[in-house]
Design a protein around this ligand. Structure first.
Ligand code: AMP
Length: 192
């Protein structure tokens, strides 16, 4: 079985993190979520975590250099050798280009971008409904995250949409299990 590298893309609240977790429980892939990696660094009190927190607390993107360096290291870990799902990365054009380079260095390339489509109203409603957990789920921050997502889409997706057949859309306005069935079929086509 060959290594498969897949990027999950979609608006906040589309459930891509949940889907990524389900996939890596079932298949030999690593989940590379830059948001979770930053939070882990912060929890461990590393210098990188403290630096990242300056940006995260303002709802800004952490600079590319820091983010790309962290992903480079993560990709070298043993569990990523069979492939990985990128969740929340890349978020800039420079990160998208760097990801192509990082994978090429290891003789790999991105197999697929799964675009989890969800109407913005549903995205907003889902985020408003889950305000308990994360400090960044309050109404003002939610509006900012929705705007930011549109910006991220404009910087990242043209890079991928220019590559015929790379982007696969999955309707995220369904149950977790229905979405998961489609996701599994797509990912298995990368592992074949
Ligand atoms: P998330 O959990 O994906 O919403 O990420 C939480 C925060 O981490 C974001 O608001 C950013 O400050 C930072 N972050 C996560 N991923 C990236 C990325 N690819 N590039 C820059 N900053 C990121």
């Amino acid at each position: 079985m060959s290594a498969a590298f897949i990027m999950f893309f979609g608006p906040p609240g589309c459930g891509k993190g949940t889907q990524a977790k389900k996939v890596v429980e079932e298949l030999d892939l690593a989940q590379i979520s830059t948001g979770e990696l930053f939070r882990k660094h912060l929890g461990e009190g590393t210098a990188l975590g403290q630096e990242a927190q300056k940006y995260m607390s303002r709802g800004e993107l952490v600079p590319d250099e820091i983010t790309i360096g962290m992903v480079r290291e993560r990709l070298q870990e043993p569990d990523a050798q069979g492939g990985a799902i990128f969740d929340g990365f890349p978020r800039t054009g420079a990160q998208a280009e760097a990801l192509d380079d990082l994978l090429a260095e290891q003789g790999h390339k991105l197999c697929m971008v799964i675009d989890f489509t969800l109407p913005i109203e549903i995205s907003r409603a889902r985020l408003l409904g889950r305000q308990e957990g994360r400090a960044d789920d309050n109404p003002e921050v939610i509006e900012k995250r929705l705007r930011d997502h549109a910006e991220i889409e404009a910087s990242v997706m043209p890079h991928y949409r220019g590559q015929a057949g790379l982007v696969k859309e999955v309707d995220a306005n369904r149950s977790i299990d229905e979405i998961y069935q489609d996701v599994l079929v797509l990912i298995k086509s990368c592992l074949a």
